[in-house]
Design a protein around this ligand. Structure first.
Ligand SMILES: Nc1ncnc2c1ncn2[C@@H]1O[C@H](COP(=O)(O)OP(=O)(O)OP(=O)(O)O)[C@@H](O)[C@H]1O
Length: 324
């Protein structure tokens, strides 16, 4: 049975594929701290969905709500068509929330066997998940000798036991070196073929490279929810870069029109170009004027903003850019 079929045969199936996760106006307060404020989002089958936000944004709390570890105060939560904590759905969710806990003097294999047997799963399932995270070669070494990256992979292996339909990974690359981060990224993309993945991170590069869709949280509230590509283009820069010959003539044409007079020469002798601020519908007029003046255009392109720029603009947070 495929993931789509499995989800579609759930209790709420009315034809269209139901979401794997659906939150409506979910709120959670701890004492005086409003950790989650009216969050509404939907995750469809097969998506790699990112929860992005600075420290304290409410990412872990949302994940804990989804697996039934924390109860929301208000709003509705449906996960695989049922309320969180339902034993029938818990079996179909693999979660790695905060650091994975393993018995350090036991091997990776034995640690996983303990988890598997507690759930009535055969040892063959342990072999499968060790292979999936590429730890089969180190499976019989004690966990105490594992690198942080290997421990994280073992944590993902634990979450994969039982072949879950939904995988929830809280900051899976936290603390990993660039090599560990790259291998975790490619592991997540591989897993995406067989499960829906919900991934949290405060690292923008993580989300940009791994996720299809993202919700940006700040102080518990949703500040943006979109596909990664739409989020990048929606927040596209106004800066346009023009490469043309002869450069002096191009500059003269631009300076002659008030709308373009703030154009500035940039780059070095090997790559001279002009930068100017321009709204989307201004590009054809600019190109026409340059061509009519006899300028040969080599390139006109809008400068791409990274998700990092978008994130800063949305949250005003300037502490979350490292590790991209
Ligand atoms: N059990 C709890 N008791 C009291 N406050 C809590 C509890 N859990 C979370 N909080 C508070 O709720 C807010 C959101 O925390 P949460 O851990 O969900 O954020 P986060 O986005 O996962 O942050 P980080 O990236 O630092 O892990 C924070 O202010 C946190 O201190």
């Amino acid at each position: 049975m495929t993931l789509h079929q499995e989800v579609a045969s759930g209790p709420d199936s009315i034809g269209a594929t139901p979401p794997v996760v659906e939150l409506q106006s979910v709120t959670k307060t701890f004492g005086t701290v409003r950790a989650v404020r009216g969050v509404t989002l939907r995750i469809d089958p097969g998506q790699v969905y990112g929860l992005l936000g600075p420290n304290g944004a409410g990412k872990t709390t949302l994940m804990r709500i989804l697996v039934g570890l924390v109860r929301s105060d208000a709003g509705t939560v449906q996960i695989l068509g049922r309320p969180p904590g339902d034993p029938r759905t818990l079996r179909r969710i693999g979660a790695l929330i905060e650091s994975p806990a393993f018995v350090p003097h036991l091997s990776g294999r034995v640690n996983l066997q303990v988890l598997a047997r507690a759930r009535g799963l055969p040892d063959a399932e342990v072999v499968r998940v060790l292979r999936a995270v590429d730890l089969d070669g180190a499976a019989d070494r004690r966990v105490t000798g594992y690198s942080l990256g290997m421990r994280q992979r073992l944590g993902v292996a634990g979450a994969l036991l039982g072949d879950p339909s939904l995988l929830i990974l809280d900051e899976p690359t936290n603390g990993l070196d660039p090599e560990g981060t790259a291998s975790m990224r490619s592991l997540i993309r591989d897993l995406a073929g067989s499960a829906t993945v919900l991934l949290s991170s405060h690292l923008l590069g993580e989300i940009q490279h791994v996720c299809d869709r993202v919700v940006v949280l700040d102080k518990g509230a949703v500040v943006a929810e979109d596909s990664v590509s739409a989020l990048l283009s929606r927040s596209g820069s106004r800066t346009v870069i023009v490469r043309a010959q002869p450069m002096d003539l191009a500059e003269k044409v631009l300076k002659s029109n008030d709308a373009w007079s703030k154009a500035v020469r940039a780059g070095d002798a090997g790559d001279p170009h002009v930068r100017l601020e321009l709204d989307g519908d201004g590009v054809p007029g600019l190109v026409r004027a340059l061509v009519e003046a006899g300028v040969e255009i080599h390139e006109v392109r809008r400068e791409r903003r990274s998700l990092e720029d978008v994130f800063f603009a949305l949250t005003g947070d300037h502490s979350a850019g490292s590790g991209t």
